[in-house]
Design a protein around this ligand. Structure first.
Ligand code: ADP
Ligand code: MG
Length: 629
């Protein structure tokens, strides 16, 4: 008796899309089915390492039946139990496909390739799909049938060997759209597709291929017969010599293996021999995965041992700061009898991970040095990830990452490295300066930039939220420390000037204290500025949290309490200061109102919200009236 079951909602969406098949590359269905077959054999091969009874002559076979218009793809992999059939073919198990299905409504159809639509792609060419399967863990065999509507059926059946057979009943040809599904019934097309997409599948893909024997006598017809032929070369790409592999081959391999639609930005292929021997083939995708910065993102490299697939996403092989890297490691030194948990603690694996990390770093550095345009492209996509890497490790990755990060500056619209900054630093400049803001223009117009502009010092532009947090971890570069233009002492004026200012600060103490009183707890101090030249006032932060960090933290659910200490600085050389002195002499209370106005203005310049906009507005109006009495 066949049981009828419902596809899960997200599966239905994806199915619908396949059935209506707006996607132009329908031929990928074969790649997807073969890759599932190969995965299933991988799994059996892996189990067979500890259970030799499972060993067999692994292969995938394709049969074409022109009369019935079917393609049958069989494998002798692990097979599926009844539960697995329901769970793996009735729902979308992989997070990638699920996200994709969720975003289907507005998804660009061409990005399907990125998600590797998998099994359901069969419905792009088939009107009915039958799966006959028997798990290596079960005596029972099952038949799964669907026509791509909202339901499928499962029933018991007979099958001798463990493994899976998938029968695709092709759709009718469509004259209107000129879609000719009969193409997929020709040996030529199938051979071609296998070569194109599945050449390096590690197991033989076999098909009966028509052969012609021409007799001596040319007048007689040739003898036609069929011969089982292996269609793929089976050599894993990474085992070939670098010099024998074209960029296109790397690219095809990458797209196929990692379900991407675009060619990679960078390929890193290396064979390492020594204490640990392994081959790694790594790719930097041209597009960051859509969920790179979400918690759901799963990093990891595929792990093989002597060409045998062990696992898909080994997290330990790739550090978080390079988590965007995809690829694989094939080592002959790993003990295959280790459980997956044990593998995590494996010393060899740790060594490999370290070498892989250094390799990526050195390749990125090379790219930065020799192909700056590509590096810029890379940096636009993954720069923030590197910065997070610097921040998250509490400085553990400083050395590794500090030369990979770059900034735009007040003098450069191109990204420059910290090394490049230091190389062209002004004579007498003692620190690396940075300023946070949305754009170069807004940063250049900050009052805190007055003296720096005057001295023609280059200032790093911090435009990402993470920047200040990261620099607080980095602390120094090439023995120079980092200074925010809006925090602490900028060290811009000479000793003599400094002394004079300190003296003046003392003399004007009562005025400054009264200003501070007017602001109550809003600021920790009001003082004469050592950084202003043209502008009358500015707000800076004291030690610790900066105002920029306060802004970022307050936008997070857990950071509402974050507060920077604020200091209101007044330019002693500005006319405003003389006015304040005059007002203070005549009416000390009045100066408190001025303090409130100045503070509000400074907040506005910083891009911070006014605490009490109507008070500010009233004070301004009062000031206008008073000044014209
Ligand atoms: P993916 O291969 O990325 O997991 P698919 O949609 O291609 O996604 O396949 C879904 C699941 O169906 C697989 O994960 C696997 O569990 C199961 N499956 C598909 N084809 C086979 C097969 N030939 N043998 C065993 N299991 C299979
Ligand atoms: Mg698949």
């Amino acid at each position: 008796m066949a049981k009828t079951k419902q596809f899960k909602t997200e599966s239905q969406k994806l199915l619908n899309l396949m059935v209506n098949s707006i996607y132009t590359h329908k031929e990928i269905f074969l790649r997807e089915i073969i890759s599932n077959a190969s995965d299933a054999i991988d799994k059996r091969h892996y189990l067979a390492l500890t259970n030799t009874e499972l060993m067999t002559d692994y292969n995938i076979s394709i049969e074409l039946d022109e009369e019935n218009r079917t393609i049958t793809i069989s494998d002798n992999g692990v097979g599926l139990t009844e539960d697995e059939l329901v769970n793996n073919l009735g729902t979308i198990a992989r997070s990638g496909s699920k996200e994709f299905a969720d975003s289907l409504d507005n998804a660009d159809i061409e990005i399907i390739g990125q998600f590797g639509v998998g099994f359901y792609s069969a419905f792009m060419v088939a009107q009915k799909v039958t799966v006959i399967t028997k798990s290596v863990n079960s005596e029972e065999a099952f038949k799964w049938v669907s026509t791509g509507t909202s339901t499928y059926t499962i029933s018991n059946t007979e099958k001798e060997e463990a493994g899976t057979t998938i029968i695709l009943e092709l759709r009718d040809n469509n004259e209107e759209t000129e879609e000719n599904y009969n193409d997929y019934l020709t040996e030529y097309t199938i051979k071609d597709l296998v070569k194109k997409y599945s050449d390096y599948v590690r197991y033989p893909i076999k098909m009966d291929v028509t052969k012609y024997d021409y007799p001596e006598d040319k007048k007689k017809d040739p003898i036609v017969y069929k011969e089982l032929e292996t269609l793929n070369s089976m050599i894993p790409l990474w085992k070939k010599n670098k010099s024998e592999i074209t960029l296109e081959e790397y690219s095809d391999f990458y797209k196929h293996q990692f379900n991407d639609y675009t060619e990679p930005l960078k390929v890193i292929h290396s064979k390492v021999e020594g204490i640990t021997t392994y081959t790694s083939l790594l790719f930097i995708p041209k597009k960051a995965p859509f969920d790179l910065y979400s918690e759901k993102f799963e990093k990891g490299l595929q792990l093989y041992s002597k060409g045998v697939f062990i696992m898909d996403k080994n997290k330990d092989l790739i550090p978080d700061h390079f988590r965007f890297v995809r690829g694989l490691v094939d080592s002959s030194d790993l003990n295959l009898n280790l459980s997956r948990e044990m593998l995590q603690k494996d010393v060899q694996l740790k060594k490999i991970a370290k070498t892989v990390e250094n390799k990526i770093k050195s390749e990125l550095e090379k790219m930065q040095k020799n192909e700056r345009d590509s590096y810029n492209e890379f940096y636009q996509i993954y720069g923030v990830n590197l910065k997070y890497g610097m921040y998250e490790g509490y400085g553990a990755n400083k050395e590794l990452l500090q030369d990979l990060i770059m900034f735009k500056t007040t003098k450069s619209d191109e990204f420059i490295t910290l090394k490049e900054y230091v190389e062209r630093i002004q004579k007498g400049q003692k620190h690396i300066y940075y300023a946070s803001g949305k754009t170069k223009e807004s940063i250049l117009s900050l009052p805190q930039m007055d003296l720096l502009k005057d001295k023609d010092y280059e200032v790093l532009l911090f435009t990402d939220d993470i920047d200040e947090f990261m620099i607080n971890i980095l602390m120094k570069y090439d023995k120079l420390d980092f200074k925010s233009v809006a925090q602490g002492d900028l060290d811009l004026i000479d000793k003599k000037e400094e002394k004079e200012l300190d003296k003046l600060n003392e003399e004007k103490k009562s005025l400054l204290d009264t200003l501070k009183e007017g602001l109550e707890e809003k600021v920790s101090e009001v003082k004469l500025s050592k950084r202003l030249k043209e502008s009358p006032v500015c707000l800076v932060s004291g030690e610790g949290l900066s105002m920029e960090m306060e802004k970022v933290l307050q936008n997070m659910p857990t950071g509402k309490e974050a507060k920077a200490t604020k200091i209101l600085e007044i330019n002693p050389n500005h006319d405003l200061f003389k006015t304040l002195e005059k007002v203070y002499e005549n009416n000390p209370e009045k100066v408190k109102e001025y303090a409130k106005i100045l503070y509000s203005q400074a907040l506005l310049i910083e891009g911070l919200p006014l605490e009490n906009p109507s008070e500010f507005s009233n004070l301004m109006v009062k000031l206008m009236i008073d000044s014209n009495k």
